[in-house]
Design a protein around this ligand. Structure first.
Ligand code: UDP
Length: 334
């Protein structure tokens, strides 16, 4: 199938592009390179530099490449930034998202898989988090993702848009070629590995949470497993596939959490990273970071039942190890 991946030069996008390409799909990347990296786009995949939120660019790309399905990974995705500059998040994630949905409708592209986030749940009142739990985002980032999810729903209802929504928990790890290289970097695993690399000190945000060791607990999923789920999801949006609705619609999005249903505390992550790199990593305990729920663990049963997906790289050693290997190879110049 001919797939357009928005944000295909970013972390999740570029690794998923590798999986789609290997599976024999024709992939085109649309990325404005504001946070993505040109060198993350593999050979054999065409890069269109531009924004999905630009109606003219989008219409040209959809038409020129005869796109059949869209994987929408592009987004502004920093929680802290979303709180100080909500305008940018509404403009890009919501405004841009409306342009994308409209562009697809006008071009007759009726299949989409969307990268959403566990942030749509806010602070869940219990874990593991199931997809039916109420959506109550506590930051602008999560709110803008929820808004796009709702748009997909109504487009499915009225226009038969076939869709899968993935709510990511904590994505980590690397392929041989692509890994996580954000600037600024806010995520735990890259920050721990950077401290190991540079012999600097990293900070664990808070140790007074209601968890066994007092630090927050998260559910880490290997980016390769995430990519595999996207491949299965794109296939499930086939017009003949009842999982995403009856032929001709109306269609409801298939919504799946993506995690491994296992939790690791921030201290455990540091300990695993120390084993992986083979030496102690300097760290201190700092104050809590605003808006961090104590525990976020996914129920990932639905992705298994509906898509036949199963995480293959479940150990934290494997996840952190792949990220470390990628860094040691020089981050591909990033
Ligand atoms: N965290 C930390 N130090 C860092 C970065 C993150 O202690 O330098 C903590 C953060 O407070 C949270 C966990 O690590 O408890 C995971 O944070 P991350 O930003 O990686 O993902 P999130 O769960 O916020 O999506």
């Amino acid at each position: 199938m001919r797939v357009l991946v928005t944000g295909g030069a970013g972390y999740v996008g570029s690794t998923t592009v590798e999986t789609l390409h290997e599976a024999g799909h024709q992939v085109v990347v649309l990325d404005d390179l504001s946070t993505g990296h040109r060198e993350a786009v593999i050979d054999g995949v065409e890069l269109e530099v531009g924004s999905y939120g630009d109606a003219g660019t989008l219409a040209r790309v959809l038409d020129h490449h005869k796109i059949e399905a869209v994987l929408h990974c592009a987004a502004k995705s920093l929680v802290g930034e979303s709180m100080v500059d909500p305008a940018m998040y509404y403009r890009e994630n919501v405004g841009g998202g409306v342009v994308l949905l409209e562009g697809m409708r006008l071009a007759g592209v009726g299949r989409i898989v969307f990268s959403s986030t566990a942030s749509v749940y806010g602070i869940p009142d219990h874990t593991p988090v199931t997809e039916e739990m109420p959506l109550a985002p506590i930051n602008t980032y999560g709110e803008t993702k929820r808004t796009f999810e709702q748009g997909m729903r109504w487009y499915g209802n009225a226009y038969g848009l076939r869709s899968v929504i993935f709510r990511y928990f904590n994505v980590a790890g690397a392929t041989k070629r692509n890994g996580e290289a954000h600037s600024p970097e806010t995520h735990l695993i890259p920050n721990v590995l950077r401290a190991a690399e540079n012999d600097t000190e990293m900070t664990i945000f808070g140790d007074d949470f209601a968890t066994p060791d007092g630090t927050c607990v998260r559910d880490y999923i290997h980016v390769l497993d995430l990519a595999q789920a996207h491949l299965l999801a794109l296939e499930a949006t086939d017009p003949g596939d009842v999982r995403t609705g009856p032929a001709g619609g109306p269609c409801e999005p298939v919504i799946c959490n993506l995690g491994t249903s296992k939790g690791f505390s921030n201290r455990e992550v540091v300990a695993v990273a120390e084993r992986v790199v083979g030496h102690a990593i300097k760290h201190r305990i700092g104050p809590r970071r605003a808006g961090d729920p104590a525990v976020l663990i996914a129920s990932s049963a639905r992705a298994g039942e509906l898509l036949g997906w199963r995480a293959q790289h479940e150990t934290l050693e494997e996840i952190v190890g792949s990220a470390w290997e990628w860094r040691r190879r020089g981050h591909n110049g990033r």
